[in-house]
Design a protein. Structure first.
Length: 261
């Protein structure tokens, strides 16, 4: 049995009911599937039962990659990459109507989510993303305006995705057992957006500036970006507001204006 590596944030999913619940979120038959961090193959086995067209596995751990290559050596439509997802070019394997699935390592899950969310080609080729996060992070990602967890990453999520479903997963469903609860979130990339931000990095930049002092009024940070004359373009913004009191579409509008400057 493969031993988990704490340095890679490995917690292997062992609960078959949760595995089924994740896989049943989408139709897999005859689709190209990408799985990030397959580990020992708990989700992989179930994906293969559903007859995907191809299954691409991206695993950073060399020993696990070797194990997976042996395990699936007789299956022709499985491709296994020993690679760091943060350095891996997904465009090389991402095909139209594909899906991305992953029980993500806790220590880099936000980086993985942001990397995929910042792809320049949008709408992307993939139609579904199903990720498991630490619950605390997942609630920030999925937070709606006025939720207590609403913040920078919520705004990015709101611009790029619709959230279809989410459910929590107990720590008892893993080995080794983590100290936290997890959450599975099913995202659908937005096909149309009424706001046209040219570079997603600019939305990141704007939200970084505003949320750098989350509990303070936006007055000073707003004036770092816009003059008093430019501020007149945003009559809906009250400068004594906190960053969390500004709706996502206002951040999109601010970013659009910033890009025109």
């Amino acid at each position: 049995m493969k031993v988990s590596k704490k340095s890679l944030g490995q917690n292997f999913l062992i609960d078959k009911n949760i595995v089924n619940k994740i896989i049943d979120l989408i139709n897999i038959e005859d689709r190209d599937i990408i799985e990030i961090g397959p580990g020992r193959g708990a989700l992989t086995d179930k994906i293969l039962e559903k007859k995907p067209k191809t299954l691409n596995l991206i695993e950073k751990d060399y020993n696990l990659t070797k194990y997976l290559k042996e395990k699936y050596s007789s299956i022709n439509n499985v491709n296994i990459f020993n690679a760091d997802i943060l350095k891996f070019n997904l465009r090389n394997i991402c095909k139209k109507n594909s899906a991305i699935i992953g029980n993500l390592p806790y220590n880099i899950s936000s980086q993985i989510f942001v990397k995929i969310s910042k792809l320049n080609q949008w709408p992307p080729k993939f139609n579904d993303v199903i990720f498991m996060f630490q619950k605390e992070l997942g609630e920030k990602i999925a937070a709606k305006y006025s939720d207590q967890n609403y913040g920078r990453i919520s705004v990015l999520t709101n611009y790029r995705y619709n959230i279809i479903k989410k459910f929590t997963v107990s720590s008892t469903c893993f080995r080794p057992k983590p100290k936290v609860t997890s959450i599975v979130i099913h995202f659908k990339p937005k096909q149309n957006n009424s706001y046209n931000i040219k570079k997603i990095e600019n939305l990141e930049k704007i939200t970084n500036i505003f949320f750098s002092n989350k509990r303070k009024m936006i007055n000073k940070n707003f004036k770092k970006i816009f003059s008093d004359a430019e501020a007149k373009n945003f009559p809906e913004i009250k400068l004594n507001s906190r960053p969390s009191e500004i709706k996502p579409y206002t951040y999109f509008k601010i970013t659009e204006f910033f890009e025109k400057k």
